[in-house]
Design a protein around this ligand. Structure first.
Ligand code: ADP
Length: 423
């Protein structure tokens, strides 16, 4: 087996897929692992993204998991390590971006790394060290009210410094605009000044592509998913359709949606309006002990032969609020995640081999129920959302094609167009 080129550690699940998707589009063959694998890599891949759920864990747990991921990636021969976090730099003054970065630097024996969540394709740009979300600064984007990681300072040098022991510096857009040599020169200067991590400006994909060559040979890169577009070329890899090749798709088709985001509500509505078969899951019936899983599977079994079906708990905000008021926020979420996961597993047992899962938490629960430990990343459907292929006990011959759509991703006709993309 060939050695791994890029070893990636992502601090959440759908973010890992987002990174993997960018690497595939730049020509790498990518496998996403759910958690730190317990076995050596058993398939040819240029990059592996180890998906952790470490974003909001206590610092010491996030560090321990990230170091375990590093150790596994090193054992597979990874030549460069990429620590991937959210494009809105989700973290607190305690971490986890700074502490994980520094722990990885210590373990790798390196004195310098970069940090940039820039992802211009998704409206995340960094200018003079300040992160913009669309037209507004991070701390005016709504992220200042995030329940777990409120981002109240758009100055990333300051935000990261609060989490780091090493001095944090800046490589600004004027340097980035001049390209590789100027960036390398600035890195040398910052290093001489004792800076350990430099935030890098990037306001366009061109900036990221200019940054890429300057990162060649850097043991650790930390970033959102954007920087990934400029790295495969350092290994002599160019975009190609073979990178995203998956086995041919077969079998029945279904969508399971537990996302209540605005985009998902529109996507469900579009599927209903197209006259395709849908079945909603009522959380109050679940809570009352009705066997909605069995009912939904009986309903689906009769229809699957004719084309895709959609089973959803997706609801608008006011409906969700009412349910949460009656059942409790966590209780409602857990009940539905468990139910939708059982339904997803049942669908695969009924012969579904092309499965669309909507919702970050929902897809996490479904993937777990199917005991999926790794996925090969295939072609992009919409930005940040690729088709994938995985082995699962529930589909013993040939595995399962699946896609995990996080809340606000995907166009309005996502559920109706998605299967055609695979064909
Ligand atoms: P997203 O990616 O859109 O945030 P998630 O799956 O991560 O979607 O989160 C949606 C959460 O809402 C899940 O915990 C899910 O179980 C819960 N949920 C889904 N449908 C309903 C509903 N009708 N009422 C209350 N909670 C719901």
């Amino acid at each position: 087996m060939q050695r791994l080129l890029l070893g990636c550690i992502a601090d959440d699940f759908t973010g890992a897929t987002d990174l993997a998707n960018n690497l595939v589009r730049a020509g790498m063959r990518v496998v996403q692992a759910m958690g730190v694998p317990t076995q050596p890599l058993d398939t040819d891949a240029d990059a592996v993204v180890v998906a952790l759920k470490s974003r909001t864990l206590p610092v010491k747990d996030a560090v321990a998991q990230s170091l375990a991921a590093l150790k596994w990636l090193q054992a597979q021969g990874a030549k460069q390590i990429y620590f991937k976090y959210c494009s809105t730099f989700d973290s607190t003054a305690q971490g986890n971006i700074g502490p994980v970065t520094e722990a990885l630097m210590d373990a790798l024996g390196t004195d310098f790394s970069i940090a940039t969540p820039a992802f211009p394709d998704n409206q995340r740009t960094v200018f003079k060290g300040h992160l913009f979300v669309g037209d507004v600064l991070l701390n005016e984007s709504g992220m200042e009210n995030h329940p777990l990681t409120p981002m109240t300072d758009a100055n990333l040098v300051r935000a990261l410094q609060a989490q780091c022991h090493r001095p944090v510096g800046l490589i600004d857009y004027m340097v980035v605009a001049q390209g590789e040599a100027a960036i390398r020169e600035r890195i040398a200067l910052l290093r001489a000044q004792g800076v350990g991590v430099a935030v890098v400006d990037a306001i366009s994909n061109d900036d990221l592509l200019r940054l890429g060559p300057a990162l060649k040979g850097m043991p650790l890169v930390t970033a959102g998913s954007g920087v990934a577009i400029g790295l495969p070329a350092n290994f002599g890899i160019a975009p190609s359709s073979t990178a995203s090749a998956l086995p041919p798709a077969t079998g029945l088709q279904a969508v399971v949606s537990g996302s209540c985001s605005l985009a998902t509500n529109r996507q469900v509505m579009t599927f209903i309006k197209a006259g395709l078969p849908t079945r909603s899951i009522d959380p109050l019936q679940v809570a009352a002990g009705v066997d909605v899983t069995r009912q939904a599977l009986t309903w689906a079994a009769a229809l699957l032969g004719q084309g895709p079906v959609l089973i959803y708990s997706t609801a608008e905000a006011n409906v969700v609020k009412t349910v949460q008021g009656q059942l409790g926020v966590e209780e409602a979420g857990t009940l539905l995640e468990r139910t939708l996961a059982a339904i997803a597993r049942g669908l695969v047992e009924l012969g579904v081999r092309q499965l669309v899962l909507a919702g970050g938490e929902t897809s996490g629960a479904c993937v777990q129920a199917l005991n999926i430990t790794q996925m090969k990343i295939g072609p992009q459907i919409d930005p940040g959302v690729p088709w994938c292929h995985a082995q699962t006990y529930a589909a013993p011959h040939g595995g399962l094609h699946l896609t995990l759509k996080s809340g606000n991703f995907g166009t309005t006709d996502f559920f109706t167009k998605v299967f055609a993309r695979l064909a």
